[in-house]
Design a protein around this ligand. Structure first.
Ligand SMILES: *Cc1c(COP(=O)(O)O)cnc(C)c1O
Length: 487
């Protein structure tokens, strides 16, 4: 039985409350020490303090109705405008702030759907086309808004195969998508070719600049030769940019930009019949945290061009050092030729998941990827300080994986493959169910992902894979005995 927590009959004292919270967080990833390679973008204490102060200053304000808070209206408009300028948005460029990359992408899809209703009314079953490497937020958006997602493969260099995209265009297509760069391997899709294809076919074209939208303009200013990825490319109609990643804003801050205001109108939602009054809302959220808007404005103004150049310069140099040291270790390498600070570690000799598990045991948090099997690394300024420790542990982890461990996992995976093939479907689902239960149990972080990914690789049925992940989610969001803390 689950131990279901109830509201305490009496409130805790401030002291025991915060003592408890410190206790509960003791197994969290040590992001301040540069142990996380996604999830947290830490720009150091000075930056943290600026966004915390700005967030707290506007802690109670609500961006739902900017006319009540001219301050937030001004901050949001200026944040959107500063971001659009960085990405060569012209006079007509416009956008809104959102809670994150996912919401920005959802809005781009919703906008495309509404645009098509007006401009291509003959389409009743709209579709958009994206490379397989595009973020799952696009799948989510297609699912939420009833727009079919058509995926095309990437080429050997992990960039979108534009030829396949051209062939996938049909009478129902409304939008094409490219990433700058993609999350899995950190490479920029051929945005110029995709945009020109979109233009020829009278389609919208979205660039996912969630992770790269702030970094790439500064890489260019620092001298990098990059292909076109922003509004300077004819045919690009919208761009998503996360500020809570490399702009070092507080969480809950992203921007969705459009080439012009006509496009943005398709994003707005309005209902005029509610007894509570006329209701107009720019994006998904109703109540919008003023703190996130204020903190984004604060950090952009605090750092300015000079601050970002310095910060992103450090990120660029740290990334170069990571790549150099990875290539020095026999058995592992960086996939493809990443355009910025997002890397994927692969191996054609070892079970890379075993390397990942060994690193997790040593306190590093790195996500595992599939097809190809890899370990994800998003390099931030925080990693400049942990690089020596990281490589000492990585070398050790690689030798560990070279030993017994990798063989066991290999055997396990191939055994699982053989076993799963010979079992009837419903039994596969049952096995899968049990495996799902082991994920996320307890309050510690999972250390063994290799067997889990081995299983996943062995399961070829999409429904079974979905079942496994849904079981894991069920498990994660069900309180357990061991999740309790001292009272
Ligand atoms: C992070 C990311 C997203 C999604 O952003 P969230 O803020 O996590 O919702 C989308 N695309 C790319 C390329 C990303 O890196």
């Amino acid at each position: 039985m689950n131990k279901t927590k109830e509201l305490p009959s009496k409130g805790l004292s401030r002291d025991s409350l915060f003592t408890n919270m410190e206790e509960v967080r003791k197994n969290d990833i040590k992001w301040k020490e540069g142990k996380a390679f996604s999830l947290v973008f830490h720009g150091g204490e000075e930056i943290s303090n600026v966004i915390k102060d700005a967030y707290c200053m506007f802690f109670s304000e609500n961006g739902l109705n900017p006319s009540a808070f001219p301050s937030l209206k001004r901050f949001e408009n200026e944040v959107v405008s500063m971001t659009a300028k960085l990405l060569n948005g012209g006079e007509e460029a416009s956008g809104t702030m959102t809670s994150g990359g996912t919401e920005s992408i959802l809005m781009a899809i919703k906008t495309a759907r509404e645009w098509a209703k007006e401009n291509k009314p003959e389409i009743t079953e709209p579709e958009f086309i994206m490379p397989i490497s595009a973020h799952p937020a696009f799948n989510k958006g297609g699912h939420y808004f009833g727009v079919k997602v058509v995926t095309i493969p990437t080429r050997g260099d992990y960039r979108a195969d534009v030829k396949a995209m051209r062939e996938a265009i049909n009478k129902n297509t409304i939008m094409l998508v490219g990433s700058a760069p993609s999350y899995p391997q950190g490479v920029i899709d051929p945005i110029e070719e995709i945009a020109s294809l979109a233009k020829q076919n009278n389609l919208l074209m979205h660039v996912d600049g969630c992770v790269g939208g702030i970094v790439l303009p500064f890489y260019r200013k620092l001298g990098a030769k990059l292909p076109g990825f922003d509004f300077a490319v004819d045919g690009v109609t919208s761009i998503s940019v996360d500020l809570h990643k490399y702009a070092y804003a507080a969480k809950g801050a992203s921007v969705i930009l459009y080439k012009n205001k006509d496009l943005r109108r398709h994003q707005f939602y309005v209902t005029t019949e509610w007894p509570g009054g006329m209701y107009g809302s720019p994006a998904v959220l109703g109540t919008r945290p003023g703190g996130a808007i204020a903190a984004a404005w604060a950090i952009m103004n605090y750092l300015g061009e000079e601050g970002y150049l310095k910060l992103i310069g450090t990120i660029r140099d740290t990334t170069a050092e990571f790549i150099k040291r990875i290539e020095e270790i026999q058995g592992i390498s960086v996939a493809g030729d990443p355009d910025m600070s997002v890397l994927c570690l692969v191996s054609d000799e070892l079970d890379i998941f075993q390397v990942g598990d060994a690193m997790a045991k040593k306190g590093w948090h790195m996500d595992m990827q599939q097809e190809p099997s890899g370990i994800h690394l998003t390099i931030t300024a925080a990693h400049a300080g942990s690089i020596d420790e990281f490589f000492a542990d990585l070398r050790r982890s690689v030798s560990e994986a070279r030993g017994l461990g990798s063989k066991i996992s290999g055997v396990k995976t191939s055994m699982a493959k053989g076993l799963l093939k010979s079992l009837p479907k419903n039994m596969v689902s049952k096995i899968v169910k049990n495996e799902g239960k082991n994920i996320g149990a307890g309050d510690s972080r999972p250390e063994k992902m290799a067997p889990m990914y081995g299983m996943m690789a062995a399961i070829t049925d999409d429904k079974d894979r979905e079942t496994l992940v849904k079981d894991a989610l069920d498990n994660l969001f069900t309180p357990k005995e061991e999740d309790g803390y001292r009272q």
